[in-house]
Design a protein around this ligand. Sequence first.
Ligand code: DQQ
Length: 547
Amino acid sequence: GNEIDPDRTAFHFQPSKNWLNDPNGPMYYKGLYHLFYQYNPVGPLWGNITWGHSVSTDLVNWEALDLALDRTDPFDINGCWSGSVTFVSGEPVILYTGIDDKHRNVQNIAFPKNGSDPLLRQWVKPSDYNPIMVPRGDIDPDNFRDPSTGWFGQDGYWRTVVGANMKGRAEILLYKSQNFTNWTKNEFPLHESLSSGMWECPDFFPVSLSSRDGLDPSVNTGNIKHVLKFGLMKTLRDYYLVGTYDEKKDVFIPDEGYEDDYRTWPILDYGHIYASKSFFDGKKNRRILWSWVNESDSEADDIKKGWSGIQTFPRAIWLDADGKQLIQWPIEEIKSLRKGQVQLRDFELQSGARHEITGISTSQADVDVEFELPSLEGAESFDDSFLLDPSKLCDEITPSDKGGIGPFGLLVLTSDVEGLEEHTGIFFKVYKNSDKYMVLMCSHLRSSSRREGVYKPTFGAFVGVDISKDKRISLRTLIDHSVVENFAAGGRTCMTLRVYPKHVLTGQTSGLYVFNLGSLDVNIKELNAWEMARARVNIRNDDFISK
Ligand code: DQQ
């Protein structure tokens, strides 16, 4: 019979069926937001990669269009892989990676067939230009991909960067062009690394040091920095470096303290995302980030449900006033989905307490909580070896260990009040390391699901915040059936989780709790939780129904 698919999300972007991976070429054009994405049109596993395409007026509700790019030409016959959009004389142009008839990675260009169609339904890939970049010399033809959004220099040249493996060295290759169709590789890469293996999906953009506003990719004056963001194939995580772009030398110089050791680089999201892509939203002058969230259940499950992969809820991103950290925060449009609300104020969460948040349904929810500590005395210390591996420290925290400050936080997607057999914890613990107080953020997935074949790691991160100032730490959590996005300290540290509760299969509803297992009482300064409405996301008649 027809059964509601319990893992399907209500306000996250996903196609009506089949496989999705990287977000591609997001843009705002003539009153509409566009999102393209890596898409297998014939099945729920990776393969036959094309560009799916959807449009939206508010980044919340989406209408599905036909494929934007398909495998039709010798230069992309084996796949239309990731790429970006650049506005050239006001018109959007796509740069993307094609897997050609010789199975090489090449870069291609595509133009709107009809620029006056705001839906940009059809794209042309002129064979007199394509491919526009081919792997020559030391470039490994299997690892040369993902052209970035272009930017325009004072010298009248366009630039774009492409990730490449050069005999074991990761290079962010820089290409230049006067007309956007004929490209020449620069002698030097924008940046390179020996430590980290192939870099995928490079994203390079300016950020303001004095405002949360986003900047057009070509801005290179004023009180700004540049960010180079990328995915490492080796760890399947996205990292970013903050630094300066020297346009004359065409190189990116990371700020002081940089080492060529990926274990020391900030991670964009310490949970489960990859291949993120940002764009400048000219409508609201902000930079918006999309990230692919892969499934953590088994391939057999994906085949059964007929789909795999979602995008994070769009996040505004900007540089913190400290000039070091990127801040990510769900875009304000999310408020249009909020319905019932519950609130706690100055609520004492005593040592050992667990308190249920009732009055709203919590499998589709937006939760915002601020914890306040009476003191930082009694914070435990940890071994320095955990500094580079916070998830290991998180692994050592168990419910029976009555620590110093924390663990305190949220339990989400819990089953039955008695026993909470299924539950996912997102929590904090405050430590003292040398003379510094450090906030550890953890997420335990070990009890998130009783289903077989689900990947249930522990995630950990040190939150980039100085808690000694106001002794407060905040957590924003978006819960949407099988995804939980977490934003600590106003978006300084993010952790996205996939959770596959089994209890919902028997009609049980999920619970939400605040808890404190530390020996110190914690005050909930304020907690607001909203039930969320279902957005209209690529709906077709057979949607939300499986089997
Ligand atoms: N996914 C695409 C590639 C990219 C990778 C292929 C990252 O272009 O490097 O689907 O997830």
